[in-house]
Design a binder for this molecule. Structure first.
Ligand SMILES: Cc1cc2c(cc1C)N(C[C@H](O)[C@H](O)[C@H](O)COP(=O)(O)O)c1[nH]c(=O)[nH]c(=O)c1N2
Length: 251
């Protein structure tokens, strides 16, 4: 077991088991659509995953997120109707065999998940000029997405499934949840206990799309660039990705 390096604060150090747990959490996280159980989510567990979301990084420490918690089945039904409408439109955007496969995919668990959660972004939360957002306005939206990812990973550690549903018109979600103009719906999440977690993405199992080789996605110094260190890193990337695909935590 590694110990904290000399001079390093012990509470800032992750020991081997903690480090392995972080990677296991990342590799075991799944988008959940069809495995939700009706069991309620306890408030203390919900509070922990929302707190994880709230500790996400944000541009200029803007913390632009809010969380609209939906438990009312009537509200969920309206959201489900908005999904069904958009999903029918979406199917038409694919051709031939793909359309057939698309129509057979399960892409949400809105009614089954005991909790639906809309993570929003308040575009005015910190006034008109925000550190880090002076030139790229979308940084506030990216910050809310960081909160989503924190929540998703924390939920996985709690044994809770999370499914992100984005097949709606944004205006429909706005209207159903009475969001003010400046509040952007960023993510609509279905959350709950699950019967089981799948080992790999459902789109992968369905043959829709495979995970890309990471070594093809890394460039050196400029787009398409290579250098003398490239081959060694590519080899390491291949090995790490193979381990990750087999669920082996990093050495
Ligand atoms: C921004 C965004 C939006 C969506 C998703 C994800 C993200 C990041 N995903 C889940 C997506 O299909 C899934 O993450 C990938 O297929 C990879 O699977 P795992 O998340 O690793 O299980 C998703 N899934 C789904 O069934 N319906 C949806 O509308 C969406 N929308």
């Amino acid at each position: 077991m590694q110990s904290a390096a000399p001079g390093q604060q012990a509470h800032h150090h992750f020991d081997d088991a903690e480090r392995a747990a972080v990677y296991r959490n990342i590799l075991a996280r799944r988008d959940v659509r069809g495995q939700f159980l009706p069991d309620p989510v306890a408030d203390d567990m919900l509070a922990r995953i929302l707190t994880a979301a709230h500790f996400a990084p944000s541009v200029g420490f803007m913390q632009p997120w809010s969380f609209v918690l939906v438990r009312d089945q009537a509200v969920k039904r309206r959201v489900h109707d908005a999904f069904t409408l958009a999903n029918t439109e979406a199917a038409q955007m694919f051709e031939g065999k793909q359309r057939e496969v698309y129509s057979g995919l399960r892409l949400q668990g809105i009614l089954e998940a005991p909790i639906n959660l809309c993570v929003t972004c308040d575009r005015d939360r910190a006034g008109p000029v925000v550190i880090g957002r002076t030139h790229i306005k979308a940084m506030d939206l990216y910050s809310s997405v960081c909160a989503v990812q924190n929540l998703w990973l924390a939920a996985r550690a709690e044994g809770l499934g999370v499914g992100w549903v984005s097949i709606f018109r944004q205006s429909a979600i706005r209207e159903i949840l009475s969001l003010p103009e400046r509040i952007m719906p960023v993510a609509y999440l279905c959350i709950g206990h699950v019967s089981h977690f799948l080992d790999q993405p459902e789109l992968q199992s369905a043959g829709w799309r495979q995970r890309l080789p990471l070594e093809d996605l890394v460039h050196f110094d400029h787009w398409g660039g290579e250098n003398e260190d490239a081959a060694a890193l590519r080899q390491a990337l291949q090995a790490a990705q193979q381990d990750a695909s087999r669920g082996i935590p990093p050495r």
